[in-house]
Design a protein around this ligand. Structure first.
Ligand SMILES: [Zn+2]
Ligand SMILES: [Zn+2]
Length: 321
């Protein structure tokens, strides 16, 4: 299947999933819709506190509507997008109280490796988060200039690559993975966000052959290192569920490699709007199973309120766990 065909399939799958969801809502019985009973949680969720379109309450209400048992908020703190962290913290805590017994809400942040807290208060709030997604959205400039963003616009990426890497995208990707390798030391993250975000525009720009050793080698080296640190990786549906890319993050080859290394996964929508809170989950589950994964991870509050991982089997029969 070529990439275009996969994109079409993605759109069709989403339309079918949406139609299925509406039908289920009409019947008031989401639990009979296989995919929705299988993955009933998301741990990569944005709101109007950063660049999301919906309020935290609206996202929590959508989680209830979808029959979610768990919802993790993960607003951006990066060199470009930040939140009023104190207000965010307070709001998510209030939602934890409001939805206690209905949805287990987790208070997290998507923390970029190049983010520097503005003051002690912000640092303390970050340190106190229940979980952190470690994400790389920027690359340092080799010439000492401004950071380059890998998911801003193709034009800006092209300009950054031309000026800083002589137009060599393999060098740029290598620099990205070298920084990504430091994500745990830099953020003390709970899991790795969109591992291969450097390919964000590659379906359009086609500047990197994702099978080329110059691309694969640094990616696998970084992956192996992060797996050795015990870090799970998310399957991030954010580009697929917005029709931006044919492949999930990480792509199939990297996912298979992750499985081979004994790595663990979480399935996340990276939702910036409530309609996509479970966007792409069906594709992610299918892809994960095809790549050999037997379970995904949820985050939850365990004994004494401590956040821990929980295994969620990726098959229909055990969907009620
Ligand atoms: Zn991100
Ligand atoms: Zn995100």
């Amino acid at each position: 299947m070529n990439l275009y065909a996969i994109l079409i399939t993605t759109g069709a799958a989403k339309a079918a999933a949406d139609a299925g969801l509406r039908k289920a809502q009409e019947r008031g019985d989401l639990k009979k819709e296989g995919i929705y009973k299988m993955i009933r949680g998301n741990f990569h969720t944005h709101t109007v506190f950063c660049d999301g379109k919906n309020t935290a309450e609206e996202m929590a209400e959508q989680a209830l509507l979808l029959g979610f048992t768990h919802l993790g908020f993960s607003g951006h703190m990066d060199p470009d997008i930040t939140m009023d962290l104190a207000a965010y913290d307070k709001k998510i805590r209030s939602l934890q109280d409001k939805y206690r017994g209905q949805v287990d809400i987790l208070r997290g942040v998507e923390l970029d490796g190049l983010f520097t807290p503005r003051d002690e208060n912000e640092k303390a709030l970050l340190d106190d988060m229940e979980y952190l997604i470690g994400s790389t959205h920027f690359i340092e400039s080799p010439s000492g200039g401004e950071y380059g963003c890998v998911d801003d616009t193709p034009d800006r990426l092209e300009k950054f690559c031309r000026e800083e890497f002589g137009g060599d995208y393999y060098r740029l990707a290598k620099a990205y993975y070298e920084l990504e390798a430091e994500i745990y030391e830099r953020t003390r993250c709970t899991f790795v966000g969109h591992f291969d975000l450097v390919t964000r525009f590659n379906d359009q720009m086609r500047v990197i052959d994702e099978n080329d050793r110059r691309y694969i080698s640094p990616a696998l080296e970084t992956m192996e290192y992060l797996v050795s640190k015990g870090l799970p990786f998310e399957i991030n549906c954010g580009a697929v569920n917005r029709g931006r890319k044919a492949e999930l993050y990480p792509n199939r080859f990297l996912l298979r490699s992750l499985r081979g290394m004994g790595g663990e996964i979480l399935i996340n929508s990276d939702a910036h709007q409530k309609e996509l809170l479970n966007g792409g989950f069906d594709i992610a589950v299918r892809t994960a199973v095809e790549c050999g994964f037997t379970h995904t991870l949820f985050l939850e509050h365990g004994a004494e309120g401590k956040v821990r991982f929980r295994h969620i089997p990726l098959d229909d029969t055990s969907a009620e766990t």
